[in-house]
Design a protein around this ligand. Structure first.
Ligand code: PGA
Length: 287
């Protein structure tokens, strides 16, 4: 069951100069609940790596000790997926692609379909990452249609949402998140294989991680949104993970936030030992 509690935010650290403020300024932080499902840590390798560095990373990950009760999903670039699938320890790690085509196979030069990912044995795909939204023009509707198609084919989807700094500073953050989430709600019928990654764009690759309070605020908001649109049981099960400059030093204080059910990690997922530390930050949330 979802339990609602309030927490005084007065004990929050004062934000650093470059740290965006809490959006609501209400002085209170809402807590909804952690997901009932497993803690989830994704490693988004983005367009990084070489044959040699991927080999090294796979070796580092295989030698790391990670908790069994955490879903850990690595997302290499397409070209390395085959190697990683053959060599990464399947008992510890699952695999994701970083994107897929909006529909089935056909004359779509340069694309990879959800059907092909499924056929190849990948269980997950990341969709709607802010880099694809901003650099490749993917709209909320495109992301939602891709998500629905990938789910129909049988993949699990890590669907990314998040606001830019301008949107946050201008007070449009919740409207932006509503738009991104509503598009998904309109298209997705079965939410059991969806993970929502909240990734504020200003935190991605910048070293400016959201404070635990900022992340908790938005995660609780997103869970409430899902509760109202999809019902309590879906919201209870839904993993809402945080991404944006997560590393081995800041993961613990984020992971203890009630509504944070895991992480999507970029830069730090390229360092085996840092990624393993992040996977271990689940603490008692590992099931
Ligand atoms: P970062 O990237 O951890 O390097 O900020 C996160 C992401 O883009 O998924």
């Amino acid at each position: 069951m979802l339990a609602t509690r309030s927490l005084r935010a007065s004990g929050c650290r004062s934000p650093a100069v470059t740290q965006p403020r809490l959006a609501l300024g209400r002085g209170r932080l809402e807590i909804v609940c952690a997901s009932n499902a497993k803690f989830f840590v994704g490693g988004n390798w983005k367009c990084n790596g070489s044959v040699a560095s991927v080999r090294k990373l796979v070796d580092e990950l295989n030698s790391g000790s990670v908790p069994r009760g955490v879903d850990i999903v690595c997302a290499p670039p397409f070209i390395y997926i085959d190697y990683v699938m053959q060599h990464l320890d399947k008992d510890k790690y699952q695999l994701a692609a970083q994107n897929c085509w909006i529909g089935g196979n056909g004359a779509y030069t340069g694309e990879v379909s959800a059907e092909q990912l499924q056929d190849f044995g990948l269980p997950w795909v990341i969709l709607g990452h802010s880099e694809r939204r901003s650099l490749c023009g993917e709209t909320n509707q495109v992301v939602a249609k891709k998500t629905a198609h990938a789910l129909d084919v049988g993949l699990g989807v890590i669907a990314c949402v998040g606001e830019t700094l301008d949107q946050r500073n201008s007070g449009a953050m919740f409207q932006v998140l509503d738009g991104q989430m509503q598009a998904l709600v309109d298209e997705v019928k079965d939410w059991s294989k969806v993970v929502i990654a909240y990734e504020p764009v200003w935190a991605i690759g910048t070293g400016v991680v959201a404070t635990p309070e900022q992340a908790q605020e938005v995660h609780a908001y997103l869970r409430r949104f899902c509760q109202s649109k999809l019902g309590t049981s879906v919201a209870d099960q839904l993993r809402i993970i945080y991404g944006g400059s997560v590393n081995d030093a800041n993961c613990k204080e984020l992971s203890v936030q009630e509504d944070i059910d895991g992480f999507l990690v970029g830069g730090a997922s390229l360092k085996g030992s840092a990624f393993v530390t992040i996977c271990n930050s689940a603490g008692p949330k590992a099931k």
